[in-house]
Every structure is written in C-alpha cells, then in structure tokens.
Design a protein around this ligand. Structure first.
Ligand SMILES: Nc1nc2c(ncn2[C@@H]2O[C@H](COP(=O)(O)OP(=O)(O)OP(=O)(O)O)[C@@H](O)[C@H]2O)c(=O)[nH]1
Ligand SMILES: [Mg+2]
Length: 424
C-alpha cells in the first residue's frame, strides 16, 4: 500500500536538572558549591531523503522521543547531553500541527535538515548562584521539560506537471508513452492506486517531471473515490494536464467530464483551480473520439483554454503537446516551499508557579518553573535585579496569588533561597 500521510507523536528530550552540592575537603565541613549543570535534551530533527518514497514506516513506529539530558553532578560535573533524534522522511514531506493543520515544517529539498522541536535546556547547578553574600546556595534549577506533540506528516511529491482526469482517461498510458515510467495500464477505472512519476527528456538540460495520480470522479473533493487523497500531490506542480477520454467512456459525455473535473479541482483547493492547465483530448484514434473532439473545440472556442488532441496509444499529437508543455514549464516559476505557519512551543514548566503558606513558620513559599527560570537573574544585593523581579511577580499574578492566601505587609516570602519582606 502507498502511504502518503501519517500521524506521529514527537517529543524532544527534557533538559537535565542542575545539581546542588558542596565541595568536600579535609577539615572543611562545607566547602563551596560545586553542583554541575544539567545536560541539554535531544532535539527532534527531520531530514529530507530522496531514497525514501513513502511514509510507510510511520505506520509502524508512531512515537519518536529524543533522549533527555542527564542531571548535573557534584564536583562541577555537567550532565551529558541527550542524543538528537533524526527522523528521515521523503523529499516533499510537509509537517503540520495535528490540532489546526498549520504548517510546521516543509522538507522540500533533498538533504534539507530542520529542527522541529529543540531539546530542553539543562538547569543550572548551584555553582551559578554563589554571590559574595550567598556563599552556600542550597538549590539548583530543573531542566526545561518538554511536552509531546501530535503532528501530521503529509507527502506532497514535487513534480512539474500533474495529470488529472477521470479514471480510465489514459493518464498512465500517457505517462508511459512520454517517459521511461511503466505504470500499470488497464481497460477499467481505478487501475492506478498510487502516484507514478516519470521524467520527460527533451534533450540536454531540458526535462520535466510528470506525476500520474489516480483518477478523480464526481465528489472527489468530499472523499469519493481515490483521487482526493492524492490531489495534494499535485498542489505543488507548475501546471496540470487535464486528460479527457474522448470516446465517452461508460456512456458519459466527454464535455461533461471536463466540467466535472474542473469543479472537483475548484472544490478541493483554490491552488489547484488557479493552476495553469492544458486540456488534452485523448483517444482520438477512435472515430467517436474525433467527433467529440470537434464538439469540445466548439465549446472552448473563444476562451483562452489551450486544447490539444492526441492518441496516447498511437502517439499522434504527442510531440507538439510535449513541446508546448516544456515551454510552459520553463516559463512558470518553480513551486515553492510552504511558509512555516506556526512554531510549536513545548516547554511545560516555563510559566508555572505555586504559592503556599508554611503555617508553622508563617513564611510564604513560591516555587515552580517560572521561579526556576527567574532564579538565574535574582541578585538580592542588586537593586535593578530586584526591581525587575518585583515587576515579574506582579505581571505573572504571583502577587495576586499571595494576597489570595492572605499575605500582609511585613510577612516573609521565600523563593529559592532568597527571602524578602512583603511590601504591597
Ligand atoms: N484507443 C485508445 N485507448 C487508449 C488510449 N489511451 C489509453 N487508452 C486505453 O484506456 C484504458 C485506460 O488507460 P489507463 O492509462 O490505464 O487510464 P488511467 O487514466 O491511468 O486510468 P486510472 O489509473 O484508472 O485512473 C486502457 O485500456 C488503455 O489502453 C488512446 O489514446 N487510445
Ligand atoms: Mg492510471
């Protein structure tokens, strides 16, 4: 089975925790602080690899978690960094936020390497907190803790020209007549079940890639038939070849087929509807085909629609058509990577805090990730640092939380190992 989308879970590694420890020396009961920092957590990195063709593997392994950084240790030993997790995907894989569909990454070029989730930073060990007045800081900071994300991988192959049309219109026959690709061809609809690609070579330095996808039928944009799943493959082509079976397969009128397919494209995506299209009337080796071709010419007369008549079987008309396609492809801009619409934030303990009252001492304690982050910048001896600190306490709602607990002027508040008097 050809898999062109998958949902996976990704998580970068947590940062290691900092360590609070003290040097042990002979005759010195408590030496200076020597707790090392935590290591950096591993990142989640995607790499575009042209040797891969499907997202099949992601159906079997769904969870991807990078290694955490190790905790710091005494004697100033920094924790080891967690290994990055490198995930290889086919070129043309778009990664979206599962919740809202926003593009997070687009692995558009061979070898491209992009970080989706950065590993958590390690927490500082207590060595960082020693100041002239704080000789024995008895705390260290926790590493950043990452959260899991569910993301959608979507394969949108990169081709210059997309073939669209009803099942049995002759798309695969066309691909095999114009390229070295050998897709399955048969006299019934839904022969093609997965996209096929081929390269049309028009001489030195002049070639383009054609994508043959399963046929589209009425209602495709709502998921009827197969085409819907594959239309996204041709969203990033430069132009479309709209193939029509002019023999009136299944008793349909080829002129209606033309309208139905265009309506489906329009309903599926404005990008596809706006794409340059050349209409290709196929199977003109059959007499009814020629009759219908004249009717179609009549219908399109006076419009700016480009129409070519061919027979993919006898190869009649192919040369002229390919010549024109090469010309159009050369004129149109190369498809571009999607813009990243969102960067997912992922650190859970960044803005957390908890406020408690220790009834036995009457001291208010403030703890949590926000405090750990702030801890790096608090210097009780520096007025500026304390002003900044006051500001954050107010902004983050900590002051309100303290007041909710009943704090009054003159009560003591403790954060990490900083203690201060509350002044409203
Ligand atoms: N007479 C005639 N038959 C053709 C021509 N092109 C394709 N066919 C036949 O039409 C049938 C369908 O051809 P395919 O190439 O499999 O059609 P398709 O559009 O790829 O169909 P799906 O993969 O089902 O969407 C086959 O029996 C082909 O031999 C043509 O130019 N003339
Ligand atoms: Mg086919």
């Amino acid at each position: 089975m050809f898999i062109d989308h998958a949902t996976i879970i990704v998580k970068a590694g947590n940062g290691g925790n900092g360590c609070a420890s003290f040097r042990r020396e002979k005759y010195v009961p408590r030496g200076g602080p020597d707790g090392g920092d935590g290591g950096l957590g591993g990142s989640i990195i995607f790499v575009a690899d042209s040797r891969l063709r499907t997202l099949q593997d992601f159906r079997y392994q769904r969870a991807y978690r990078a290694k955490p950084g190790e905790n710091g240790q005494g004697r100033n030993k920094r924790g080891a960094d967690g290994e990055d997790l490198v995930i290889r995907v086919p070129v043309g894989t778009v990664i979206r936020n599962k919740d809202n569909g926003n593009v997070l990454l687009d692995l558009f070029r061979e070898g491209e390497e992009k970080v989706l989730l950065r590993g958590g930073k390690g927490g500082w060990g207590n060595v960082h907190f020693a100041t002239p007045t704080r000789r024995s800081p008895d705390f260290a900071l926790d590493g950043e803790r990452t959260v899991e994300h569910e993301v959608l991988l979507e394969l949108q192959s990169i081709a210059d020209v997309g073939l669209v049309g009803y099942p049995n219109a002759g798309k695969s026959t066309f691909l095999s007549a114009t390229t070295a690709a050998r897709p399955k061809i048969a006299a019934y609809p839904f022969t093609t079940l997965q996209p096929n690609f081929g390269v049309v070579s028009m001489g030195e330095d002049n070639s383009f890639v054609i994508a043959d996808i399963p046929g589209i039928i009425e209602g495709a944009h709502e998921g009827v038939g197969l085409g819907h799943d594959f239309l996204r493959h041709i969203e990033r082509t430069r132009m479309l070849l709209h193939l029509i079976d002019m023999t009136g397969f299944d008793g349909r009128d080829p002129l209606d087929d033309y309208d139905v397919i265009n309506a489906e494209l329009e309903n599926f995506s404005p990008i596809l509807a706006a794409k340059k299209q050349i209409v290709v009337a196929n199977k003109l080796d059959v007499p009814e085909g020629q009759e219908n071709f004249r009717r179609l010419q009549e219908k399109l007369k006076g419009t700016d629609v480009e129409l070519y008549g061919i027979s993919a079987v006898t190869r009649e008309g192919l040369k002229e058509l390919l010549y024109r396609v090469a010309q159009v492809v050369a004129e149109l801009p190369a498809p571009e990577a999607y813009h990243v619409e969102e960067e997912i934030t992922q650190f859970e303990n960044e803005n957390e805090y908890e406020v408690t009252l220790d009834k036995s001492t009457g001291i208010y304690h403030v703890t949590g990730g926000l405090i750990n982050k702030l801890g790096r910048r608090i210097d009780p001896n520096d007025e500026q640092s304390m002003n900044f600190f006051q500001h954050v306490l107010r902004e983050s709602g900590i002051i309100d939380a303290l007041e909710d607990l009943g704090i009054e002027e003159g009560d003591m508040v403790r954060l990490l190992d900083v203690e201060f008097e509350y002044i409203p």
